[in-house]
Design a binder for this molecule. Structure first.
Ligand SMILES: [Zn+2]
Length: 381
């Protein structure tokens, strides 16, 4: 059971240079630009990113995990686990036992995160190492009673520059040294939702700013003397598909809202039935030819999305490009996250996000996988 997203770690040991720094612990900076669709790299100009790639390696294939949301995918990247195993199974969750709710604005309860151990915790539990984080999901939460030595409370209004200044300061001047750092930025996801990934005029402007930020990042690392002894991975969490008001799946047409509680909506909806589960399922199963309806136990194995109490009894999976709504007026089409959704004739229809890194000098990532569950493959090199 290999988690392909972890391919992004696979090249870390190439490019090692045997200089005086080899005795120092390896350092890694992991950067995510949210919602960076794979083909942006082909369809738009990225001079700074292309320079970055020239000095390192471009990994062509990184697959998302199911479902294609920000919190679950970011936690998979740093745990090596599918969502059913790390427990962050959606951006909006409900736990029926504790009656707790989770959302992107209510994410600070360690309960949700403690089913896995993220790499910044693992790193920090080793002797003489600390971790630093600039707003990667989960890094402002104590997980297994451990929080990054250096972190920022999440706020989307904090500039990239401030995040970068903090992370480089911590990488440059900390004791014990920061050997693992993360940096998260909301673009191009936010603009992808706003304009749609096919809006070339707006997206070219937004993607130029993303590229400029990558330029700032590299320049700052070089200016501070960090560049030569630091591995940098730039990656993303999922792609982005254009949706349309002509491709809406309207649940109100099929089932009364009083029959279920809606936990999450689209492109994968999660329903908690209030009446007999089979009755809810029967009302929904033929609701749309562009939506698959699954009882929890029938969710296909290839999704690795079944064995967790937080996965609701019924999930609805829209075809790529389709949006699940309650009714036409309840929600407009917003551009959706997309990936690994089954679509006509395909098991998976992944948008391959890009990943590349600058190989400095490191030896081997340290990793303690959990004893069970659908874990990823962390073989290096
Ligand atoms: Zn995202």
């Amino acid at each position: 059971m290999k988690l392909l997203v972890i391919i992004l770690f696979s090249g870390l040991i190439t490019g090692c240079r045997s200089d005086s720094s080899s005795s120092l612990p390896p350092k890694l900076l992991l950067v995510s630009f949210d919602g960076f669709r794979a083909d942006y790299l082909k369809n738009y100009e990225f001079p700074h990113l292309q320079n970055f790639i020239k000095e390192g390696v471009l990994v062509e294939h990184v697959k998302n995990v199911f479902i294609t949301k920000t919190f679950p995918n970011h936690y998979s990247i740093v745990t090596g686990l599918y969502e059913e195993s790390h427990g962050i199974v959606a951006n909006s969750m409900y736990d029926a036992v504790t009656k707790k709710h989770f959302s992107d604005s209510n994410d600070k309860d360690p309960f949700w995160w403690n089913e896995a151990v993220p790499i910044w915790v693992t790193n920090q539990l080793q002797e003489n190492r600390s971790s630093a984080a600039a707003m990667w999901p989960g890094t402002d939460v104590p997980i297994h009673n451990t929080i990054s030595s250096y972190f920022m409370n999440y706020s989307s209004s904090v500039s990239f520059e401030e995040r970068l200044n903090n992370i480089t300061m911590w990488l440059n001047n900390s004791n014990p040294p920061v050997t693992f750092a993360t940096l998260y930025w909301e673009e191009p996801d936010a603009s992808g939702h706003k304009y749609g990934p096919e809006d070339e005029e707006n997206m070219s402007r937004v993607l130029k700013t993303v590229d400029d930020l990558i330029g700032d990042l590299v320049q700052k690392l070089k200016m501070l003397g960090l560049w030569e002894n630091l591995n940098v991975i730039i990656t993303s969490d999922h792609g982005m598909t254009q949706c349309s008001q002509d491709r809406l799946i309207k649940l109100d047409f099929c089932i009364d809202r009083s029959y279920y509680t809606l936990i999450d909506l689209s492109p994968v909806a999660a329903l908690l039935p209030r009446i007999n589960r089979t009755e809810v399922y029967n009302k929904l199963k033929n609701c749309s030819s562009h939506m698959n309806v699954y009882l929890k136990e029938d969710i296909p194995n290839r999704f690795y999305y079944q064995h967790n109490d937080r996965i609701q009894p019924i999930i609805l999976v829209a075809d790529e490009g389709w949006t699940i709504v309650l009714n036409e007026s309840s929600q407009k089409c917003s551009v959706r996250l997309e990936n690994l959704l089954p679509s006509k004739g395909c098991l998976h229809q992944p948008n391959e996000d890009f990943t590349e890194f600058e190989a400095g000098c490191t030896t081997r990532a340290h990793w303690i996988p959990p004893a069970s569950g659908s874990e990823g493959n962390y073989t290096m090199g």
